[in-house]
Design a protein around this ligand. Structure first.
Ligand SMILES: [Zn+2]
Length: 235
């Protein structure tokens, strides 16, 4: 298995560099109040994934599509809104401008993207998460913004997740207790907490989550990252 470099860029934002050197952005946002990602950091990308239509998740995804020539992956209605508003060519939105919906799968340059459900709100379409299977089989799950739901267990069983990225910040998403229980259900090898600290009203650190995972899912390693930090998975 090749190395996968997972960089926590902002809030719910990640930059994934696959073993084959492809780059995937998820929810890329430059304006994170606690920093971690700016225009100068953008690398040539194959795929840009958006989980839902909120400013802190769409972020600069349309800009990055234009800067890199990567393909935008989004829900049908969100994809259409971004395509129209930011004048993105239809061929730069997945499925020739149609976008995707929950349950759908996209195979692109050897990377498999499956859109999963999420329980949240959104200004267009429906919120989602993503299961991302890389060229070498490494499988990532980004839950998007969501409360806990018991089909997370099914996602874990179906896709055998190596690394899960889960929100822990409460207020708008799962809190540490729900996220620790979600970790137990998904049963990934590693879990990276996200969507905390960005705003003063959110949970400010990963300690409570890490303690609860130790109790509920001791086999899972918690990888806590600050914006701008990266983690290498695999050997
Ligand atoms: Zn959010």
């Amino acid at each position: 298995m090749a190395k996968t470099i997972i960089k926590y860029i902002s809030h719910a934002g990640f930059q994934i560099t696959t073993g084959a050197g492809k780059i995937i952005y998820i929810d890329p946002w430059f304006d994170n109040p606690i920093g971690g990602f700016s225009r100068e950091d953008v690398k040539g990308a194959s795929l840009i994934l958006v989980t839902h239509d909120h400013f802190d998740h769409v972020g600069q995804a349309p800009d990055i599509v234009k800067m890199t020539g990567g393909l935008l992956v989004a829900n049908v209605e969100t994809g259409r809104r971004l395509q129209n508003e930011f004048h993105i060519p239809a061929e730069k939105v997945c499925y020739f401008g149609y976008g995707m919906n929950i349950g759908g799968n996209l195979l692109y340059e050897g990377i498999s993207i499956t859109m999963t459900q999420a329980f949240h709100s959104t200004a267009s379409g429906a919120p989602c998460g993503y299961v991302i299977k890389l060229e070498d089989g490494t499988t990532l799950y980004h839950a998007g913004d969501t409360g806990i739901f018991d089909s997370m267990k099914l996602i874990g069983e179906l896709y055998k997740i190596d690394v899960a990225m889960l929100p822990i910040g409460s207020v708008f998403t799962m809190d540490p207790q729900q996220a620790a229980w979600a970790t137990k259900m998904i049963s990934p090898k590693k879990v990276i907490p996200m969507h905390y600290k960005t705003f003063p009203i959110l949970v400010q650190d990963t300690k409570a989550f890490a303690d609860l995972v130790k109790k509920e899912a001791p086999a899972v390693e918690v990888v806590s990252l600050n914006p701008g930090e990266e983690y290498t998975y695999g050997k």
